[in-house]
Design a binder for this molecule. Structure first.
Ligand code: UFG
Length: 326
């Protein structure tokens, strides 16, 4: 049969899109997910094994059954505000859980991991756009948990020869409605789905979190990157590692920034509806601008995002949103 890849968090937003990309590349995704935030309906390209990354016995059983040749590691909690209020939950799941997973890989001889890291590991960047050499100074427990895992990977690599790639996503956005995949978080905190809800009257208004930033229109600027493009990068990262490429980290973004107001305007265009807006205070710990320099992913992974226009990314999100609420 085809090569098997263990995909932790494969029932989640980015993980499910990665499973589709793996299947299209002829690989078999074995989803390992506790379904705390993931969705059973999003698992369509291989088996679903329910389990927790912190459960060593369950991990060993699944690994011995399916004999994966690599791990894509998406499973993590990702609510920044909650990570400030309840850091133990984040260090337990994201850090300790990953440690258990890495030990299981070491002891079962799985040689490679591609890890879901984040631009949140940079904190408030010293310079823009952000390259992989930009110092990592995360400003919340979520970002720190992701950085700690990058550091564990480097140590496990040195000691045990596990090859790794950390992909530092900027703002994952959009959907693949043709594949029946898209964003579906409970609770939802991300800007684009919230704006879509407001456009369709599913919520009263969207609150702009801060209008006094030192940016062109006073609102935060982010680099929104299509989830299908992120998925593609994982397949390329796996191929590079399998071909003997060295370990390392890559930014995944479009090198373009868009303000909160620009996102709202793009949703209005995509839906043909007016979005009710409330101007609110800043959200704690929000950097003014996060924009990627993803040159390294382009040159070393051969990654070329198909979606470079915010309007196109938002159209896919709007189509998915309309379908979900049809
Ligand atoms: N925003 C609003 N109103 C809202 C929600 C968000 O104005 O109701 C603004 C935020 O202040 C921010 C931008 O919209 O400037 C995007 O916010 P998101 O919450 O969608 O995403 P973040 O930029 O906070 O993303 C961060 C990191 C990711 C991390 C993610 C966790 O960039 O790496 O949080 O979900 F994974």
């Amino acid at each position: 049969g085809s090569a098997r890849v263990l995909v932790t968090g494969g029932a989640g937003y980015i993980g499910s899109h990665a499973c589709r990309a793996l299947a299209e590349a002829g690989l078999l995704p074995i989803v390992y997910d506790n379904l705390v935030f993931g969705h059973e309906w999003a698992v369509k390209w291989g088996p679903l094994e329910r389990g927790d990354i912190g459960d060593r016995d369950r991990l060993d059983a699944v690994i011995r059954q399916h004999r994966p040749e690599a791990v894509l590691h998406f499973a993590a909690f990702a609510y920044v505000g909650e990570s400030v209020a309840d850091p133990g939950r984040y260090y337990r799941n994201n850090v300790a859980g990953t440690l258990t997973l890495l030990e299981a890989m070491r002891d079962n001889g799985i040689p490679r991991m591609v890890f879901s890291s984040s631009c949140a590991t940079y904190g408030i960047p010293r310079s823009l756009p952000i390259t992989e050499a930009t110092p990592q100074n995360p400003i919340n427990p979520y970002g720190r948990s992701k950085l700690m895992v990058e550091q564990m990977l480097a140590d496990f690599s040195r000691a045990h020869g596990i090859g790794w790639t950390a992909l530092r996503y900027f703002n994952a956005a959009g959907a693949c409605p043709q594949a029946g995949l898209g964003e579906c978080h409970t609770p939802e905190t991300h800007l684009i789905p919230l704006v879509l809800d407001a456009a369709r009257g599913l919520r009263e208004a969207v609150t702009i979190c801060g209008t006094d930033y030192d940016t062109e229109d006073g609102t935060c600027v982010r680099d929104y990157v299509h989830v299908g493009d992120l998925a593609e990068a994982h397949v390329k990262a796996l191929a590079r590692l399998a071909g003997g490429g060295g370990s390392g980290a890559y930014n995944l973004g479009t090198n373009r920034g868009h303000s909160v107001r620009a996102v709202i305007a793009a949703v209005e265009t995509a839906t043909g509806r007016k979005v009710p807006v409330v101007e609110g205070p800043r959200r704690e710990g929000d950097p003014a601008v996060l924009v990627a320099d993803a040159t390294r992913a382009r040159t070393e992974l051969g990654w070329t995002p198909r979606f470079t226009e915010l309007a196109r990314i938002i159209e896919t999100a709007a189509e998915w949103h309309a379908r979900m609420h049809a």
